[in-house]
Write a protein that binds this ligand. Structure first.
Ligand code: SF4
Length: 554
C-alpha cells in the first residue's frame, strides 16, 4: 500500500506498508520518484556513476560479510545499485568507506542488515523473514539471498539513491522472476509480489507481465526436439561508437571474410551432423553479428545453401537476418535471402537524426534508412524489425520522439527499443563522450511505451544489461501476430540454441532443473578461423548433452 505526496520539485514522500511474505514493517523514504520519471536525482553519497547510470570509472568498494558468504548476491546488487564499483573483501576489522552486510538468525526471524558508510555518514537497511518460511535448503538459500539484497537496496535508498524503476530486481531477465510467480500464484498475485517483494515500479511490472504472456504462449508451442539456430557473421562496414564487439580495424578485417566463410561452412556441417543424428528440429534461424548483409549476394547464397543442405528445415517457423546497416542492403542481397526462405529482416537505424548518426560513427543518413526500407518492401515478403537506442550521444527527448515518429511512419512489424548500454572497449566510454542523463532517457522510454501502445504494438520480450543507462531495459515491441520466436526463446531459455559462426554462443537447455550447457566460439574473425578445428570438435558436446540429460526421451 502506498501513500504519495508530491512536492514542487517533484520529489515525493512515501510511507510504505511492506509485506515481505512473512512480516509487515513500515518504511519511510524521502525520495520515491522512480528513476526516469519526473525529478532529477540527487547523487547518492559516494556514487561513482556518471549520472546516466553508466560507468564513470571502476573504483573499489570494501565489503565485509558476516554470518553468510552470499558474495554473488551481494555483487549482483552492487552492480545494480553502483555499477561503477568493483568489490573487494579485505581481511581484518572493517574500516574506511565500506559496505557491511550481515545475516543473523534469531529465534523467530532471520534478519539481513546492511550498513553503507559514505562521506562520513552511515546508512542502514534491513530485511527479515520468519524462520518458518525457511523450509528446505534451496528455499532457505533463495530467501536469505533476497534478504541480503533487500538490505543493501534499502541502505542505498537511505543514502539518497534514486529508486530504480526495476527496484531491487537484479539480473538480466526479469521474466525469470515473474514466470515462476505466475505459474505458482496466477497473474494478479504474481504482479502484486513483483511490486511488493522487489519494489518494481507498476509500469515495469505491467511491461514484464505483457512480455511473460508471450513467453508462456511460445513455451506451449514448443516440443522437446525443437531448437533454434544462430549464425554469427562478425563483419560491419564501420564500427559504431558504442560497440565493443567488432575488432577495431573493421575495414582491414574485410580480407578475412573468405577464410571466415570457409571455416563457417565447416562448422555448419559439424553442427548439422549432430542435429540430424539426434533428430533435433530447427524452428527458427537467426543470422546476427556484426551485420550479416555485409556479405556479398554470392557469399550469402553460399551460407544459406549450406544451412539448407546440413539441417532438416521443414519445421522452420521463421528465418531472420539482421540487415542492421542500411549501407549494406541491396535488392540483389534481399532477393537471395528471399529465395532461401528468409522472411524477417532487421533494419536498425538506432536514430533517425543525422547528427546522432554521425556522432555514433555511422556513415549513412536517415534518408538512407528510408531508402533501405523502400528496397525491402519492394522486394517483398519480409517482416521488418527496426532497432532504436535511447540515450545516444547528441540525442534528446525531443530528438528521440522525432525518431520514433519517423520509424512508425515506416510501419515496421517490430520495433526494438534499446537503452544505451556502456560497454568497456567502446569508443563512447574511452572518450568520455557526454550523454543524455538518466532522467531524459527515462522520458524517451516513457514516450516510446505510450506511443507504441497507441499504435497497436505490445511488448513481447525484454531484458536488461549491465551498465545500462539509468538501469532501464531493452524491449521488443510487436504488432499482433508478428512476434519473433527466436528472441523469446533465447531470452527466456525456452529451447536450445545451436550457434555457429564467430562469437556464437551455443546453449543447451535442460527442462528438468539440471545444469544447462553453454560454449562460445571465438568472437574475432582471425581467432575463429585459426581455432576452427577446436570449434568443430566441440560440437560433440551436443550429442553428449542430449544423451546424458535424457532431454529427448518421450
Ligand atoms: S552494427 Fe552493431 S556490431 Fe556492427 S559496429 Fe555497429 S553496433 Fe557493432
Amino acid at each position: 500500500m502506498f501513500f504519495f505526496k508530491k512536492t514542487e520539485n517533484f520529489q515525493c514522500f512515501c510511507f510504505k506498508l511492506r509485506d515481505d511474505s512473512s512480516f509487515l514493517t513500515v518504511e519511510f523514504h524521502r525520495t520515491v520518484c522512480y528513476n526516469g520519471s519526473a525529478g532529477r536525482r540527487a547523487a547518492p553519497a559516494g556514487d561513482k556513476r556518471d549520472g546516466n547510470g553508466g560507468v564513470r570509472g571502476r573504483e573499489n568498494v570494501r565489503i565485509y560479510l558476516s554470518g553468510h558468504e552470499y558474495r554473488y548476491a551481494v555483487e549482483q546488487m552492487l552492480l545494480t545499485l553502483f555499477p561503477g564499483e568493483r568489490p573487494e573483501y579485505p581481511a581484518g576489522e572493517p574500516e574506511g568507506e565500506r559496505l557491511e552486510v550481515a545475516l543473523h538468525r534469531a529465534a523467530v526471524y532471520t534478519t539481513a542488515s546492511c550498513a553503507l558508510l559514505r562521506g562520513g555518514k552511515r546508512f542502514r537497511g534491513t530485511a527479515r523473514a520468519k524462520n518458518s518460511a525457511l523450509t528446505d535448503r534451496i528455499t532457505t538459500e533463495r530467501i536469505c539471498q533476497r534478504l541480503v539484497k533487500n538490505a543493501m537496496y534499502r541502505a542505498a535508498l537511505a543514502s539518497g539513491l534514486r529508486r530504480p524503476v526495476w527496484g531491487a530486481l537484479t539480473g538480466v531477465r526479469p521474466g525469470k522472476v515473474l514466470l515462476p510467480l505466475i505459474r505458482a500464484h496466477g497473474e494478479a498475485e504474481a504482479l502484486v509480489r513483483l511490486e511488493r517483494d522487489y519494489d518494481v515500479s507498476p509500469e515495469r511490472a505491467a511491461l514484464c507481465l505483457d512480455a511473460a504472456r508471450h513467453t508462456l504462449a511460445a513455451a506451449d508451442s514448443l516440443e522437446g526436439r525443437d531448437v533454434c539456430l544462430y549464425v554469427g557473421i562478425p563483419f560491419c562496414p564501420t564500427r559504431c561508437a558504442y560497440c565493443s564487439f567488432v575488432s577495431q580495424s573493421v575495414e582491414k578485417s574485410m580480407k578475412l571474410i573468405e577464410p571466415f566463410l570457409d571455416a563457417l561452412l565447416r562448422e555448419i556441417e559439424a553442427t548439422g551432423e549432430q542435429a540430424r543424428r539426434l533428430g533435433l528440429r530447427p524452428v527458427a534461424v537467426y543470422f546476427g553479428g556484426g551485420t550479416p548483409t555485409t556479405l556479398s549476394p554470392e557469399q550469402l547464397e553460399r551460407v544459406c545453401a549450406k544451412l539448407e543442405s546440413c539441417f532438416e528445415l521443414s519445421a522452420l517457423r521463421e528465418y531472420t537476418v539482421e540487415a542492421g546497416r542500411p549501407d549494406t542492403i541491396t535488392a540483389e542481397k534481399l532477393a537471395v535471402l528471399r529465395a532461401h526462405g528468409v522472411d524477417r529482416v532487421s533494419v536498425n537505424p538506432q536514430s533517425m537524426s543525422d547528427a546522432v548518426l554521425e556522432a555514433i560513427g555511422r556513415r549513412h543518413s536517415a534518408a538512407d534508412i528510408v531508402a533501405a526500407l523502400e528496397t525491402v518492401r519492394a522486394v517483398g515478403g519480409f517482416a521488418v524489425n527496426m532497432d532504436l537506442i535511447a540515450g545516444l550521444p547528441g540525442d534528446s527527448a525531443e530528438g528521440f520522439r522525432a525518431t520514433l515518429e519517423t520509424v512508425l511512419a515506416l510501419a515496421p512489424e517490430n520495433v526494438t527499443v534499446h537503452t544505451l548500454s556502456l560497454k568497456r572497449g567502446s569508443r563512447i566510454l574511452a572518450e568520455g563522450t557526454p550523454l543524455p542523463g538518466a532522467e531524459e532517457v527515462g522520458e524517451m522510454l516513457d514516450f516510446a511505451s505510450a506511443r507504441l501502445r497507441a499504435e497497436g504494438y505490445g511488448p513481447y520480450y525484454l531484458y536488461r544489461q549491465k551498465f545500462m543507462s539509468g538501469g532501464f531495459e531493452n524491449v521488443g515491441w510487436t504488432r499482433e501476430g508478428c512476434v519473433n520466436l527466436y528472441n523469446i526463446c533465447i531470452m527466456e531459455e525456452l529451447c536450445s540454441i545451436l550457434a555457429m559462426g564467430a562469437g556464437g554462443s551455443t546453449k543447451l537447455i535442460r527442462h528438468d532443473g539440471g545444469r544447462n550447457l553453454r560454449f562460445i566460439a571465438p568472437k574475432y574473425p582471425l581467432e575463429y578461423i585459426q581455432g576452427i578445428d577446436g570449434v568443430c570438435a566441440e560440437k560433440e558436446q551436443i550429442g553428449t548433452f542430449y544423451r546424458e540429460s535424457g532431454e529427448l526421451e518421450e
